[in-house]
Design a protein around this ligand. Structure first.
Ligand code: AMP
Length: 444
């Protein structure tokens, strides 16, 4: 099968040739003809499957072939994404695909000044990539009208709900024309996503390119068990032993990112970090330098690294396991993209056994374990069985209690804005009501 046989027009075929895309990926093979035929789509496609081209190519073709010229402050197609980085990335892909077409494209997101965005929108934009919050701000400031909107795309819809954008999505939905084509892409399909799909889509075609909630099979995954306090040391050891060249590392908290970066830099290792507390420009610069191989190790929280596409990234390391098991799939999806092979190593300590178990249940696999010589953990990580359950050892009989004197674990009070707390998007509970009217959550 070729892109030409899918019915794509010559200007798009030229762009694809320039990019070196030869064969459509499975999601592209299914999505392109369906979108060209005007169908709504509900696609279970994880990142790295080529889903962006799957929706962008037919979208651009329809926009180029049909409909009136875009009017001022109007937009003909809207692609909603959860994060600023993803907005930039999707926009860059769309821009490249549209290179030979007379269509305008633009990306808007929060964390940067709104005025240049308002100026740019004056002329109207054919394809606008946006994060939900900034899109609504622009709409409320009358910088945007939706009466020409013919296509809505929700990219990484699960993550938009995870980030607490359900209220914004509801508000956007209410001001869009009812007559439109809607495409929804999500790596995972929770009940909340299905509800969202039920409200927004019209007789959608369902596409599933890899089994639901299963991590990319092109990624070789394993776990190295270690004591928590020795993780950084183990990381450096593995890095030197494996002669790692370019690694994306995930840590749970902003503090964790900063501490690891500081440690690595202290050892003369070329490392940088991205997390939600850093200004957008700094995040983008670190990412760009990593992509150019000017930075060897990029340490990130889930929020900052969502949806990033880095060509030929060979290795992802989970310095900490994610609190939300689905994030594991997203993290390791940074490698092994578009058929390339990749590796994902998780450094797991005893405290994280329940997180490991949740990941194994979700991905329906038991991750192979290794121990590194000289790093064998003092605190053993309990076994997990094939169904992802923690295998409980029979308990030792308790020592009789002595009154007073014993340590009480009072837990840790986590202040909001505490950099040692997980980034705001990382929530242990995923049940987010669609279109709720609750208080706004902090956005990444
Ligand atoms: P995505 O899942 O959309 O983030 O795409 C993952 C990566 O695959 C991106 O770097 C794309 O440029 C690349 N890609 C998408 N489709 C193809 C294709 N048909 N052939 C080769 N590379 C592709």
């Amino acid at each position: 099968m070729t892109f030409a046989t899918l019915g794509l027009i010559e200007p798009l075929l030229r762009s694809l040739e320039k990019l070196g895309y030869q064969t459509p990926t499975p999601v592209q093979a299914q999505a392109i003809p369906a979108v060209l035929a005007g169908r709504d789509l509900m696609a279970a496609a994880q990142t790295g499957t080529g889903k962006t081209a799957g929706f962008a190519l037919p979208l651009l073709q329809l926009l180029a072939m049909e409909g009136p010229k875009v009017a001022s402050n109007s937009v003909r197609a809207l692609i909603l994404v959860p994060t600023r980085e993803l907005a930039e990335q999707v926009h860059e892909a769309v821009r490249q695909y549209a290179e030979n077409l007379p269509l305008s494209t633009y990306a808007v997101y929060g964390g940067v000044s709104i005025n240049p965005q308002m100026m740019k929108l004056r002329k109207g934009v054919d394809v606008l990539v946006a994060t939900p919050g900034r899109l609504l701000d622009l709409y409320r400031q009358k910088a945007l009208k939706f009466n020409q909107l013919q296509t809505l795309i929700l990219d990484e819809a699960d993550r938009m709900l995870d980030l607490g954008f359900s209220e914004e999505l509801g508000n956007i939905y209410r001001v869009l024309p009812k007559q439109r084509q809607t495409l929804l892409f999500s790596a995972t399909f929770s009940d909340a996503i299905r509800l969202l799909a039920g409200q927004m889509l019209n007789d959608p075609l369902s596409i599933e390119v890899s089994p639901r909630n299963v991590a990319a099979s092109t990624v070789k995954q394993w776990v190295v068990t270690v004591d928590k306090k020795r993780k950084a040391e183990l990381f450096v050891h593995l890095m030197r032993k494996g002669k790692w060249k370019q690694v994306l590392v995930f840590a749970k908290t902003r503090n964790g990112v900063d501490a690891l970066v500081e440690k690595l830099q202290g050892l003369g290792i070329n490392a940088d970090g991205i997390h939600g507390d850093k200004p957008q420009a700094t995040r983008q610069r670190a990412l760009d330098r990593f992509k150019l191989s000017e930075v060897q190790i990029l340490v990130a929280t889930d929020v900052a690294a969502r949806g990033l596409d880095i060509e030929d990234l060979p290795l992802v390391v989970n310095f900490d396991l994610p609190i939300v098991a689905e994030d594991y799939i997203h993290r390791i999806g940074r490698t092994g993209r578009a058929g390339a092979s990749g590796q994902a190593i998780s450094l797991v300590c005893a405290d994280e056994v329940n997180l490991l178990s949740a990941i194994e249940t979700l991905t329906r696999q038991t991750l192979p374990r290794q121990m590194e010589h000289d790093f064998e953990p003092e605190h053993r990580v309990p076994d997990t069985d094939a169904s992802g359950q923690v295998v409980k050892k029979p308990k030792k009989p308790k020592k009789p209690k002595t009154s007073g004197g014993g340590k009480r674990n009072l837990g840790k009070w986590v202040e909001s804005g505490d950099a040692s707390a997980p980034e705001p998007s990382i929530k242990p509970v995923r049940k987010v009501p669609v279109f709720n009217t609750g208080p706004r959550k902090k956005k990444p």
